[in-house]
Design a protein around this ligand. Sequence first.
Ligand code: HPA
Length: 248
Amino acid sequence: MLAIIGGSGLCQIEGLEIIRREIVRTPYGQPSEPIIFGMLGGKEVIFLARHGSNHSIAPHNINYRANIWALHEVGAKSIISIASVGSIPNNIKVGDFVVPHQILDYTHGRNNTFFDGKENPVKHIDFTHPYDMSLRELIIKTITQLNLRVSPLGVYAATQGPRLETAAEIDRYEKDGASVVGMTGMPEACLARELELSYVAICPVANHAAGRGESSKGISSAMLNQSSKQTIENTITILQQLVKAYGY
Ligand code: HPA
């Protein structure tokens, strides 16, 4: 089954008919909220709000291990992560969607593996291509067919947060090869890989990154927190179409 992890601006999905909620206990503690089972676009999906249903869990405090474990436990095979980002280059605009193909991880101090105990000895997963390529293709096709703006390639820089970046940090990430910046993409992606779940991210662009474009003088919290109504609607439309196209 397909699972959707909703991020900022998507703590719930309008149009998702909720069938039931399940409290899942994991060896790593509690997920961000009970797992929701519902119908979207005529198909059953699993939904989890990464920051909790009232957006109270900061990126560095999210129990990523519990979230991914719980989704695996209830039968998810693929995860679509909705993760809003700031865009670094000029040609990626606010309201665009980016489907990243690579990751740079600048986070620290987060529990980023299931393989760290006597019962789960060290295992080095292959992470050359961190996202599921065929699911990425399907997403790009779906967004294109909806006539929405999409960047079919992108390097996602995962930052620690919760503060935003300095302009110099953004310059550095750009030199490293990053095109978008967000706070939740890691360790979610590698934990999903450890449990052999396919994982992709759809990144709605909420703002220009610090020091860039409209953010040259700063980033207003209104801009960051209020994914525009239009972007949220577009995200839900993409998900509805995607669920229809996803082979169960
Ligand atoms: N930086 C980090 N995370 C973000 C941003 C940003 O500019 N916008 C949305 N999430």
